[in-house]
Design a protein around this ligand. Structure first.
Ligand SMILES: [Zn+2]
Length: 217
């Protein structure tokens, strides 16, 4: 064993393990709207609605304000959109415009009634390295081969609005627009299923399953 190997085994690995423990839990990856971070989407959605309402007030168009009841529905939609496995369609690479693992991009998902009301992506169509994670997710989600909550696309949201029905659909679409402001969602980083981990082998350090580094800031 070389001097460096000895040094690594004796000091470096334990030091990294100790440092890992010092990382506050607030820096761990989170799923927006989940129990780790219940406030992100509802808070942003409420701010969006408030900004819209005050601009309607300023323009003297009070009749176009979003009512409190409707606001509550929209906020609920923005939370529900993360129901597994819907969130796998919440990504869009800023360069290629593609989603992750073979799922629809956030834009396709937002506008396609067909995809949202259809069957979930079959396991064999998912990129090989993520199949195991996806299979586990499908077992947990209890969604019977279809996307839970069905069609909440932009067209559906507009249809409800035209008929003056106040549904949660608009909140689902807003959720997607909000996700597009997060670097992880535009660079194919599936932060949700990953956690910070450092595997310490005999003589090597392996960083495993590192999620969204931007979320550590
Ligand atoms: Zn999302």
């Amino acid at each position: 064993m070389s001097y460096f190997d000895k040094l690594k085994r004796k000091w470096l690995l334990p030091a990294i393990a100790a440092l890992n423990l010092l990382i506050p839990s607030s820096t761990l990856p989170y799923e927006a709207g989940s129990k780790n971070d219940p406030n992100c989407h509802p808070v942003i959605t409420a701010l969006v609605i408030d900004a819209y309402n005050s601009s309607m007030d300023n323009e003297g168009k009070e009749e176009l304000r979003i009512s409190q009841d409707f606001k509550t529905k929209i906020i609920q939609g923005s939370i529900d959109e993360d129901t597994p496995p819907r969130y796998l369609n919440h990504f869009m690479d800023w360069q290629t415009g593609k989603g992750i693992w073979g799922f629809s991009s956030a834009l396709e998902w937002a506008i396609s009634s067909e995809v949202q009301s259809g069957a979930v992506l079959p396991v064999e169509k998912v990129s090989a390295e993520f199949r195991a994670d996806y299979e586990k997710l499908l077992q947990q989600c209890n969604c019977d081969g279809k996307y839970p909550l069905g069609d909440k696309s932009w067209g559906e949201a507009l249809g409800y609005l035209q008929n003056q029905i106040y549904s949660t659909a608009l909140g689902h679409v807003l959720h997607l627009a909000e996700d597009m402001t997060v670097p992880a969602h535009t660079r194919g980083d599936v932060h949700v299923l990953r956690a910070l981990g450092v595997e310490i082998g005999e003589t090597e350090i392996k960083f495993s399953r590192i999620g969204d580094l931007y979320e550590y800031y």
